[in-house]
Design a protein around this ligand. Structure first.
Ligand code: NAD
Ligand code: ZN
Length: 335
């Protein structure tokens, strides 16, 4: 951190429970290296990604920021990362920040790429910016306190990277599913390393999502977001995305873009990772309705990232509604 010329005053933004679990060593390490440390906490949960929290943190920052040169340390999962990153982006038109992600999902996805945002009552991530952290520091040791469901939540995004562009990563996850589910730090580190590299590479080539390359990261997300919109409280993001990937794979199979064999391998890998296999009492109609409000399902011209083999995807427009419906029905709850 000293070599990055960030300033001397670290402002750690986190949740009280994380401070309790892992915060002391972080703060001690910072102090030992000559930084002053101020901690600002906020409640857990998506509700903290709000304009109220933004201005509360900023007001706390202003009061503290006298003869200081603060930089922000976002210490938490995606919620902390998105909120603290957004505060860093707008406070005094931008101060430096670093990401120290503490969830598996944040380490492989949300901390990398510079998308920072908060929610409005009208929808998620409606106020945001592209603002890159000066450093992303992922320590898989932090994941030792995560519950199994949170590990699976990250595994859905991890296997997504394999499916969209890295067959070797897909094999690795497939073969090490058991150790991954048991949160073995050795295999987690491998996966975090490879996924981070993939995300960083995609973002470097298409930082602001203007060249179409970042789009492939949305594999499984069109349906996934619709599932979240239809039943936000039941599913974690990764679980909804896993179902979204199942539907997208089924659509790809129906459109003969992928062999039945490869499609079956993807479905099986998702099951091996203990990700959901069927919609939970959500009616297809509700999902189709919700999909109309998704920005990736633009106007009449719908757009999906579909899979053409393990490690390759393509963007397909105008998928016939019948194909979408049939693919969705394949994962309806059994009567
Ligand atoms: N910016 C992006 O590119 C991007 C990408 C994907 C998701 N996101 C956002 O990320 C958010 C979801 O992130 P998340 O899944 O990390 O959820 P989260 O930040 O809410 O964390 C989940 C829970 O885990 C707890 N936790 C965090 N680290 C822990 C640890 N080491 N041990 C024990 N408990 C721990 C948290 O306190 C929280 O209660 C959403 O708001 C989503 O919009 C952003
Ligand atoms: Zn995602």
């Amino acid at each position: 951190l000293r070599t990055l010329d960030l300033g001397r005053d670290a402002v750690v933004v986190t949740h009280p429970c994380l401070l309790e679990m892992h915060g002391r060593s972080l703060c001690a390490g910072l102090r030992k290296n000559g930084f002053s440390v101020k901690v600002m906490t906020m409640p857990e949960g998506e509700r903290s990604k709000s304009s109220q929290q933004v201005f509360r943190l900023i007001n706390e920052l202003v009061a503290y920021d006298i003869k200081k040169k603060p930089f922000i340390v976002a210490f938490g999962g995606g919620v902390v990362g998105d909120l603290a990153g957004f505060v860093a982006a707008v406070y005094k038109r931008g101060i430096p920040y670093i990401q120290v992600p503490t969830t598996f999902l944040a380490q492989i996805d949300s901390a990398i790429g510079g998308k920072v945002a908060v929610d409005l009552p009208a929808g998620k991530n409606l106020v945001g910016a592209f603002y890159q952290p000066r450093l992303v520091f992922s320590d898989v040791g932090l994941l030792s306190t995560l519950g199994r469901r949170q590990i699976k939540n990250g595994l859905a995004e991890a296997i997504k990277y394999g499916i969209i562009c890295d067959p070797l990563l897909f094999n690795y996850i497939e073969q090490n599913a058991k150790s991954l589910l048991a949160a073995d730090p050795k295999v987690l580190r491998e996966v975090v390393f490879h996924c981070s590299r993939i995300k960083a590479r995609i973002v470097m080539n298409d930082e602001k999502e203007t060249r179409g390359m970042r789009t492939i990261l949305n594999f499984g997300h069109t349906i996934g977001h619709a599932i979240e919109a239809a039943n936000r409280f039941r599913y974690y993001h990764g679980e909804a995305v896993a179902l979204g990937m199942r539907v997208a794979t089924e659509m790809s199979c129906k459109l003969k873009l992928i062999s039945a064999q490869d499609a079956a391998r993807i479905q099986k890998a998702l099951s091996t990772l203990q990700l959901p296999e069927r919609f939970d009492k959500i009616v297809v109609r509700k999902i189709l309705q919700a999909m109309r409000h998704d920005k990736k399902f633009q106007g009449k011209k719908n757009r999906f990232v579909l899979v053409t083999g393990i490690g390759s995807v393509k963007v397909v427009e105008d998928v016939p509604p019948r194909t979408i419906q049939a693919a969705l029905r394949a994962f309806q709850p059994k009567r």
